[in-house]
Design a protein around this ligand. Structure first.
Ligand code: SF4
Length: 338
């Protein structure tokens, strides 16, 4: 089947037009027609010369944007949307209400291969990576739920850096001034620590923000909770993060999911503070949310935060949302939760 024009960045369209013997300068008008003017038919691309549209129709299709199959609404206003993409690839995205703005949390993969033991998505394994169109479809669905969407996080299902080429294309499509023009600085990509992509971002002209999930400071414990530690040890991940912050003059968001009795001892906070010392960061402490249910009490979370603050860390408690519809951090299981 021919590729879907919706999944092309403007630069991709320029290349395609050149290959079709057309002027690449028409790419902006094509992009505008598809992503802003709602074109649904390659024979009718508003503002695009008919000859160019005919040439594109020889090489591409223009499929309707996929729509969510189901929506759940939580008591706090969080909305979770379930998509069933081709090949029965299920993926969820979430709209998180805030005081002044709403945030879209998108999935990059249907399932995940990383196998973090505390995560419902990890328990599914990987079905497949999502295409740029499937990622854009989630954003558009979130936008229909929340016109005042102000930020976007890749913290849903999947490890975005293991589907980086497609996530990168989606970022470029969503931030293009001829499309949604959603600012890259309002986008955050979260990883459990895929070093080559952190290194790529360090020198990239993308302006997205980086978040890193720490899981545990102790390497042995981290390897048990997040097997990615065996490929990319946290000490090396944080060395890459330090270089990222230095080269870009940027802060990083660090995330630490608090598992009661597992990684919340005073020795854990001390080791954690030592490990991240000197990194310009904000550290979010996230209470553990068991698959399918509301969050468990995190008796040590405030003490843990105080221990980190006393050690000089900018530590914050993350307000968890949508736990009653299994939409909170670590709970996305593509319908397997209900
Ligand atoms: S926490 Fe993230 S990387 Fe780990 S299994 Fe879940 S989705 Fe994958």
């Amino acid at each position: 089947m021919q590729p879907d024009l919706r999944g092309l960045t403007r630069a991709d369209i320029e290349t395609a037009l050149t290959g079709l013997g057309e002027k690449p300068g028409n790419a902006g008008a094509v992009f505008l027609a598809v992503h802003r003017r709602g074109a649904v038919d390659l024979a009718q691309l508003p503002g695009v010369p008919a000859r160019v549209a005919r040439a594109l129709a020889r090489a591409f299709t223009l499929q309707p944007l996929p729509l969510p199959e189901r929506k759940l609404v939580a008591a706090d206003g969080t909305r979770k949307l379930l998509f069933r993409f081709p090949g029965n690839a299920l993926a969820e995205c979430v709209v998180l209400p805030g005081k002044d703005q709403q945030t879209a949390c998108l999935s990059s993969q249907a399932g995940c291969a990383c196998g973090c033991t505390f995560c419902a998505t990890g328990a599914l394994g990987l079905k497949r990576s999502l295409t740029p169109v499937e990622i854009v479809a989630q954003f558009e669905a979130c936008l229909r739920e929340a016109v005042d969407l102000r930020s976007l996080v890749f913290m849903g299902m999947g490890e975005p850096f293991l589907n980086w080429e497609n996530v990168k294309k989606a970022i470029k499509i969503l931030s293009d001034s001829r499309g949604r023009h959603f600012q890259q600085v309002k986008m955050t990509v979260s990883t459990v620590g895929v070093i080559p992509v952190i290194e790529e971002l360090t020198t990239s002209d993308l302006r997205v923000r980086l978040a890193v999930s720490l899981v545990a400071a102790d390497p042995g414990l981290r390897a048990r909770l997040a097997p990615m530690e065996n490929t990319y040890p946290l000490s090396r991940v944080l060395a890459a993060v330090r270089e990222y912050c230095r080269a870009r003059q940027a802060h990083v968001m660090l995330e630490y999911i608090l598992l009661p009795g597992v990684n919340d001892r005073p020795s854990d906070s001390a080791q954690l503070a030592e490990l991240i010392e000197g990194i310009p960061c904000r550290l979010n402490l996230i209470p553990f949310n068991p698959p399918g249910g509301p969050g468990v009490a995190a008796p040590r979370i405030k003490e843990f935060q105080q221990e980190l603050i006393a050690a000089g860390v900018h530590a914050y408690l993350r307000q968890e949302k949508g736990a009653d519809i299994a939409a909170a951090c670590g709970q996305l299981a593509a319908g397997g939760d209900k």
